[in-house]
Write a protein that binds this ligand. Structure first.
Ligand code: 5AD
Ligand code: SF4
Length: 488
């Protein structure tokens, strides 16, 4: 894969990061100002995110840079600078990007000065970059997951040269801190605690596109959260592909549970969430910390993937059905009101009806609060893609529909159990469809739409509550969300 570092355009640029990127931000700002003068208006930028929370956080970093160099963020793709932060976990994620690029290409024909950039997981695949170079010549800039911190430098490069700038790294050991970030919400934020993945589940492309596991230094994480709290954040979501193995590769190893204990001490921080947990690494120490904590949310996302021990082995998951069920029991014994959610794949190579029924059995035993269900997608380069016994589509579809029905039925029943309860809600925004309501989330991550009218009949949605935690009575459960009334 290409590892061109052709972006070294000035000898004066500092070698050290992040100083180097601040130097390029200044340069980029000047280039943007030049264009502003030529067009007689501000330049606009649009960041489109595909994929997971990790990508959503990366997009906040992209926005932080674009903002700093003078672009105005807009919601439309008819902008001066458009960047797609891509995902490649399933084939349809890739297809979506190609489809959207076609439309973007026709827009660019009318506005040749427009800049189009692509980054993220999909760009780490060689065949993708080849296809872009061949069929999508109008793209200005392509970079991957390992060098996202170089965005400012790459923008300067793309703004100053005519040909497509491609900069993809095979991997990195570098973690560059302290670059600008433009948060979506003022009161909650994602925080990366580690990058990459070492698990190599046989269906999964992530280890190939996000590289080997690297944990951030706990001191840097704490410092970042303290700064966020000082800036008004009350809830953090700790992000990593497998947070339970956090800290193993640090010079002075730290466990994820120890990190959580330290984060808990941060004054002003009210809620701590994390994802994703791998069942094989979920320690008793973590369960204990969660049970004792006042801040860690009562929610565990614990991907099952399959309920069949035979399939789990082929998936390289390192646990079997019984171990998974025992883990859930242990969690519930220690934290009785914990919400458990999961990811499940249907149609993994070699999956028989019996295997599928094992998955259904786990779903019925665990009774998940919600579950993301996926049809297996063949990702070239992964071991599962080479397996011979791929399952016929019709059979997969039938099983998938059956699973989805069961998952939804159980989730609705579970949600109903909280009807009538009064619980703390972090208020996030005015309801998108009804301006008299506010929308927020419970500790278990469920969405609540509530009115402030019970206290004062004329009361409209009280926007001063956004970012605060208030008590709400859950009057009615509507399947996967609640309608409620403000109590305090
Ligand atoms: N096909 C279908 N689903 C997949 N996932 C990961 N790889 C694949 C694949 N090849 C699902 C897993 C994972 C979630 C993020 O995406 O369930 O937990
Ligand atoms: Fe998609 Fe995985 Fe990359 Fe997230 S880490 S964007 S899920 S491929």
């Amino acid at each position: 894969m290409e590892t061109s570092r052709s972006t070294q355009i000035s000898a004066e640029a500092p070698v050290m990061e992040p100083q180097r990127q601040f130097y390029y931000m200044d340069l980029a700002k000047k280039l943007v100002e030049e264009r502003e003068r030529a067009y007689g208006r501000k330049l606009t930028a649009h960041v489109e995110t595909f994929g997971c929370q990790m990508n959503a956080r990366d997009s906040e970093k992209l926005r932080g840079i674009l903002d700093t160099i003078g672009y105005v963020q807009v919601d439309t793709e008819e902008a001066d600078f458009v960047i797609y932060n891509t995902c490649t976990v399933r084939e349809n994620a890739n297809n979506k990007v190609y489809g959207r690029l076609g439309t973007l290409g026709s827009y660019k024909k009318k506005h040749p000065e427009m800049m189009i950039a692509l980054c993220g997981c999909m760009m780490q695949e060689e065949h993708v970059v080849e296809r872009l170079k061949k069929d999508y010549r109008f793209v200005n800039l392509v970079f991957g997951t390992h060098n996202i911190f170089k965005f400012a430098e790459l923008i300067v490069c793309a703004l100053t040269q005519k040909k497509m700038v491609v900069d993809i790294w095979d991997g990195t050991t570098e973690i560059v801190e302290d670059l600008p970030v433009e948060r979506k919400y003022s009161f909650k934020s994602g925080v990366n605690i580690m990058f990459g993945c070492n698990n190599f589940c046989s269906y999964c492309i992530v280890p190939y596109v996000r590289g080997r596991e690297r944990s951030r230094d706990p001191k840097d994480i704490i410092r970042e959260i303290e700064q966020l709290v000082a800036d008004g954040v009350v809830e953090v979501m700790l992000l990593g592909q497998n947070v339970n193995s956090y800290g193993k590769n640090l010079e002075q190893p730290v466990t994820f549970a120890e990190l959580l204990r330290e984060i808990e001490k941060i004054e002003g921080l009210e809620r701590i969430r994390f994802m994703t947990s791998h069942p094989k690494d979920l320690s008793d120490e973590l369960i204990e910390v969660m049970a004792q904590s006042k801040k860690i949310c009562k929610h565990m996302h614990l991907p099952l993937q399959s309920g069949s021990s035979r399939i789990l082995k082929k998936m390289n998951r390192h646990y079997d059905k019984e171990q998974y069920l025992a883990l859930v029991e242990k969690l519930r014994a220690a934290i009785p009101d914990i919400a458990i959610t999961t990811d499940i794949i249907v149609g993994f190579p070699g999956e028989t009806k019996e295997d599928f029924l094992e998955t259904l059995d786990v779903v019925q035993k665990v009774r998940y609060d919600s579950a993301f269900t996926f049809i297996y997608s063949k990702r070239s380069g992964t071991p599962a893609a080479e397996m011979e016994d791929q399952v016929p589509e019709a059979e997969v579809k039938e099983n998938f529909d059956m699973l989805l029905k069961e998952v939804q039925h159980i989730a609705a029943e579970k949600a109903k159990e909280l009807e009538g309860a009064t619980l703390p809600v972090l208020v996030e925004q005015v309801n998108e469809h009804d301006e008299t309501l506010l929308t927020g989330r419970l500790s278990n991550n469920s969405v609540v739409h509530f009115s402030c009218a019970a206290l004062d009949p004329d009361k409209q949605a009280d926007t001063s509550l956004i970012g605060k935690i208030v008590d709400v009575k859950l009057v009615e459960c509507k399947g996967f969300y609640y309608l409620g009334e403000l109590c305090s």
